[in-house]
Write a protein that binds this ligand. Sequence first.
Ligand code: DMJ
Length: 620
Amino acid sequence: MIRKLCSGSGLGLGGRFGGVRLSRRFVFLILLSALVTVCFGAIFFLPDSVRIRRFFLLPSEPQRTDSAGSGLGMAVGAGSGAAAGSRYRQTETHVGPARRKQKEKFGKESVSPQIRREVTERQHSLRDSENGAEVLDASNIRYQPLPEAGTELADQDVRSHREKVKEMMKFAWDNYRQYAWGTNELKPLSKSGHASGLFGGLLGATIVDSLDTLYIMGLQEEFAEAREWVENNLDFNVNGEVSVFEVTIRFVGGLLSAYYLTGDELFKIKAIELGEKLLPAFNTPTGIPWALINLRSGVGRNWGWASGGSSILAEFGTLHLEFVHLSEVSGDPKFAEKVMKIRKVLNRLEKPHGLYPNYLSPVTGHWGQHHVSIGGLGDSFYEYLIKTWLMSDKTDEEAKTMYYEALQAIETNLVRKSASGLTYIAEWRGGILDHKMGHLACFSGGMLAMGADDAPADLSKHYMELAAEITITCHESYKRSATRLGPEAFRFDGGADAVATRMNDKYYILRPEVVETYMHMWRFTHDPRYREWGWEAVQALEQHCRVDAGFSGIRDVYNTLPHHDDVQQSFFLAETLKYLYVLFSEDELLSPEHWVFNTEAHPLPVIQKNTQEQVITHDQ
Ligand code: DMJ
């Protein structure tokens, strides 16, 4: 082009004057330096400062593409389209050195010394299942929830309770396997698969949700089958809308947990692949993600029923643990950055009476309807604030501050006592209290206990007492029903005291929150009543929810005549049975010092202090 411009001039300068060669060079140099300036300047307009840092600070190294190596090379595999594949490869080149660094780090530092010791001592113990089937290459195992299942409990009763829970898990699993294999959930009366609208075209929710429970319980043959299904059938390239929240807590959480427990790279690869697929949900004017995303097209939107097109607090506020761990395992900060952006938006907003309304527009960044709840629509947002603090090895001060401030506002505005003295957490609608508590809100007993230790001065004891009171209330909601199972919501007005008064609040769908709280309370207090209450729940489940081919929810907890809903929820295997199993296990099994359960009960390890700066960034 430059040549043409000069030599093609009608003046024929090049031929006539010796000085023309000089000016050609001059023009060339000017254009070249302009080009360099433009390219260099453009780098500073890139949005992601971390990537820029990497680009300049880390030496570029050729990428390994072998499947067994870095792992990410495989992520393009089954189901990824060509476009997605090339996008992936681009990212991979970009973060390669950091990921390798991360991999080394994982081998050396992130794991606490105690877990590492346990792993070293026992890493060969899982090679063979009870039936002699090879399950995993033990050399890959980096984390292990030991001591080994069923061996160390001195108390015979507790041991047999735990065995009972394991038997329930096997029964639930075997029936799913026989009648609904590969579908999302089992219909235990119809003996067929159940398709839930939450997962779009995604399949295998029960399989992915159950991986860690099977593993923890030592159901190794079943675990091996589940793994095989994940390897050969778990496909994310589906043309359907999924719930970003549900897929994150069940699928990403389940896969991450399986990876951390077993060290099997397959689960890591799958988790990262799915994490990538979810990223377009964050492409909104504020960075608050859409509730729904089409995994193939990347088009997102919100639920039609949510206040003026809002996103839901308990959904966009319950991604933090998983996305931080996606950055941890991939070495790519982009996942953590997405959830830090959510936090930034929330921090900038005015909160009515210090409370967080359940609806927020991802477009304007303004609150929708002022409905506040520690039950449905709000619940796990609060849970993730304190768990983020704990999972960060108590370094994420911002999460801690947000949690205790929110808790104070909740206590002032929502916590009340019933006429009979039961403590409950009401809902708040634009300043008016609705004296009802949902089954979902019962997780808060465990949450309060888990946050009590680090509470601001002189509040620790108080929060522990509040935790115990909430647990009593939730237990009463079970005790006051004919089936000894709790309703979906119970009220404290119009003469009601921890009972449901409306027909459509009377159902029980195998939810975990009450036994979840028993488990945490047991661990923090060792008060035997929590194990007793857990055992009551086991018996009630056996009596009213166990059917020929699995476990089913019931439509009315106040009626002992069976009226089943014919769904075996995947969270029954992921959460309810796991929490019960842990309740009847020794404290070392997934101890809170080293593990944090995501909201679907998938254990994720605490990220050790000395390794954090390398991956998690708080910029933007
Ligand atoms: C689970 O999927 C999770 O616990 C979620 O946080 C709330 N609902 C169900 C179980 O009830």
